[in-house]
Design a protein around this ligand. Structure first.
Ligand code: GDP
Length: 202
């Protein structure tokens, strides 16, 4: 059986989707990755797939407005959900991609779990809570990743982790991560592997 590490190493760009009609066939297994613009989501995807340019990491917040599919093998995919929380877009635009995320999260049968990425220094903003709520209402497993952990010292890092665990630990798994240092990579791989039906390991 393919290990999660091997599977992630095979990640390849598949397609970008602006409307629900463009979604690839709803078969196999998908894991979606969501987070506010600039939270470090692209860097996280690049880190776990060990490919620098796979997901675009950019200094311009909110540049990606579509669902981006990465194929792992013929049956399994990662889905990069559009970054949310960027103010400088029109209200119609905002409504459009919130609708797109919502209908994807509510209706996608292939979806096995949601990874919610947050900057450890700014966790649990309104849209984060809203997305967590969507997942929970649907009974979708939720894994919260507090990234950019290298920006905090050990004490503060542990404090933030405890705070989010107190808040959502009953309904989600929560971990710290750093795309810069690789901290938390094994833990994240294990969570993804469990959802994607792969054993852990190299
Ligand atoms: P996205 O908009 O959520 O995809 O965020 P990006 O991955 O583009 O990251 C936003 C900014 O945060 C970039 O300047 C990254 O270099 C930086 N960044 C992302 N992850 C980390 C991390 O783990 N540690 C540090 N120190 N910076 C990070």
């Amino acid at each position: 059986m393919t290990s999660i590490r091997t599977l992630l190493d095979r990640a390849a760009y598949m397609t970008s989707v602006h409307t629900t009609r463009q979604l690839p066939p709803d078969t196999g297994i998908e894991v979606a990755i969501a987070g506010r613009s600039n939270c470090g989501k692209s860097s996280l995807i690049n880190r776990i797939c060990r490919r620098r340019g796979l997901a675009r990491a950019s200094r311009t917040p909110g540049r990606t407005r579509q669902l981006v599919f990465f194929e792992l093998d013929e049956a399994r995919r990662l889905v990069d959900l559009p970054g949310y929380g960027f103010a400088a877009v029109s209200r119609d635009m905002k409504r459009h991609w919130e609708g797109l995320i919502q209908s994807y999260l509510e209706r996608r049968n292939a979806l096995a779990g949601l990874v919610l990425v947050m900057d450890i220094r700014h966790p649990l903003k309104d849209m984060d809570r809203q997305l967590a709520e969507f997942a929970l209402v649907r009974g979708l497993p939720l894994h919260i990743v507090l990234t950019k952990a290298d920006k905090l010292g050990h004490g503060k890092r542990a404090e933030c982790l405890q705070k989010v665990r107190r808040d959502l630990g009953g309904v989600a798994t929560v971990q710290v991560f750093s795309a810069l240092s690789g901290l938390g990579t094994d833990e994240l791989e294990a969570a993804l592997g469990a959802w994607l039906g792969c054993p852990a390991g190299t």
